[in-house]
Design a protein around this ligand. Structure first.
Ligand code: DLL
Length: 450
């Protein structure tokens, strides 16, 4: 086995506002770092995880076949099924006594997916989350309100240790207890909040209900992720709270939050920390690798993970890769526009909830609270969009906006939907990842991130 790569480290715990050395690297430097680490990671997986060894032996490939980064294309993909088939610990590459933390993603049905971390993995994770927060404008010394759920979900603890590593004072609020969240924000005066975008909206609603102006809190920055959100939603949230809102991306199987983070100054998509992860974009149907700039499914390979190496993992998330901007060595990903398993195919036309979000928020009378219901009253599937008006408009006043949304969905997406403007506060409020799709067809396929 090749020697383990050095873990990512902040330059000095005393000055965590400085960039990590890897953040300053140029593209070529990153690529050569990636090659050495990729060779290590492949050997690590092959030598220590039977499931990878069986997979590669069956495909007739060996880690020694990888001589340049592009050779990764010869290695088979993995997916959630691969992890589940080896539930709970079959894909771990270290003995359990080296594991310091176990998380799991619950799954909408059935078996959870288990992920695990060594102490060095946790250190790397903390550093990457700290990088994300720093690039999004949070600074050492800031009070940070963490409203991601604590527990098996990677959001709460992942964000928590990242903020501590950056040198912040963290309020471990977790999700839920919305009125309490408002009180703590009022009393503790955090500079930043970490939450899903839809939960932050729920908190904003609660403030207004209590007569508090969300624009007058101490909050300056929000770092939002764990679910798809549109550029229009960013505008909505920035306007509601008078703050700057940046994206943070990640998934448990690959790390948790912190795989990629967005810069506050550019707000141009998230930089993927390529010293630790190698991203690819593939055609979700054929599996062929696409060029940078082309849209497709995001695939990740871990370059430094010890407990759970993940090689060519199919995320189901749809985006495209763009050149780095404020961190030129690291490519950016465009904001995720959907997951392949969140895609509604209605009479042959593909539609994602985030597209409906974008169009709804273009209507001044319509708010960001909406759901999509799919039914099959006869032989054909039907889509109903239920959307609430903004607080200052009544349902009757928003009805024409609903008709305009219906027309926009037809003209700009190509789907026939029935838009219903429903009463204020009649739709379920998010406390974490929002559920946007309600599939009421008999034998409905499972939707939603798991
Ligand atoms: O949601 C990790 C996370 C926590 C990321 C907090 C950011 C903030 P999982 O529960 O495993 O992990 O869900 C991962 O959520 O594959 C995407 O479909 C979706 N997702 C995560 N971040 C974003 C984002 C966490 N910024 C799944 N934009 C991923 C869109 C996102 N979708």
């Amino acid at each position: 086995m090749n020697p383990m790569p050095a873990p990512v480290k902040s330059p000095s715990p005393l000055d965590t506002n400085q960039l990590d050395p890897e953040e300053r690297m140029g593209r070529e430097q990153i690529r050569s770092l990636q090659l050495g680490r990729l060779q290590w990671s492949l050997h690590h997986a092959y030598d220590n995880v039977k499931a990878y060894r069986d997979l590669y032996d069956a495909a007739g490939v060996h880690p020694n076949d990888l001589r340049e980064l592009e050779d990764i294309k010869y290695f088979p993909y993995t997916d959630k099924q691969f992890l589940r088939a080896n539930y709970p610990f079959g894909t771990l590459a270290v003995p359990m006594d080296q594991v310091r933390r176990i998380h799991a993603s619950s799954g909408t049905t059935g078996q959870p997916t288990v992920v695990a971390y060594t102490q060095e993995d946790l250190d790397v994770w903390g550093s990457l989350v700290a990088r994300c927060f720093r690039i999004s404008g949070i600074r050492a010394g800031d009070i940070v309100h963490n409203a991601y759920g604590y527990g098996l979900f990677t959001g709460g603890l992942g964000a928590h240790y990242g903020a501590e590593k950056l040198g912040c004072s963290v309020i471990p609020m977790s999700g839920g207890q919305t009125d309490k969240q408002v009180q703590i924000i009022q009393d503790f005066k955090p500079a930043a909040i970490l939450a899903t975008p839809t939960y932050l909206l729920t908190i904003g609603d609660a403030m207004k209900r209590q007569g508090i102006d969300p624009r007058k809190t101490s909050l300056r920055t929000a770092v939002l992720g764990a679910e798809p959100w549109s550029e229009q939603m960013r505008g909505e949230i920035e306007d509601l709270f008078g703050i700057s809102a940046c994206d943070i991306y990640g998934l448990s199987e690959v790390l948790g939050p912190g795989v990629a983070g967005e810069s506050a100054e550019a707000q141009d998509g998230s930089h993927i920390w390529e010293d630790v992860f190698l991203p690819e974009i593939i055609d979700p149907n054929s599996g062929s690798v696409l060029e940078d700039g082309e849209s497709g499914e995001l695939v990740f390979t871990s370059l430094a993970k010890q407990a759970l190496p993940i090689i060519r993992y199919r995320t189901r998330d749809l985006t495209r890769l763009l050149p780095g901007s404020v961190r030129p060595g690291h490519r950016r990903m465009e904001r995720i526009f959907g997951r392949s398993d969140d895609m509604i195919i209605l009479r042959g036309v593909n539609l994602f909830p985030s597209q409906v979000e974008e169009l709804a928020l273009e209507q001044p009378e319509l708010g960001p609270q909406f759901i999509l219901e799919i039914t099959r009253p006869g032989r054909m599937d039907e889509l109903t969009v239920k959307v609430e008006p903004r607080p200052q408009f009544s349902v009757a006043e928003a009805r024409d906006a609903g008709l305009r949304l219906q027309r926009d969905i037809k003209v700009r997406i190509g789907s026939t939907a029935n838009v219903m403007v429903v009463e204020h506060n009649s739709l379920p409020r998010s406390e974490g990842k929002a559920k946007r799709i309600y599939d009421l067809r008999p034998e409905a396929p499972v939707h939603g991130t798991v």
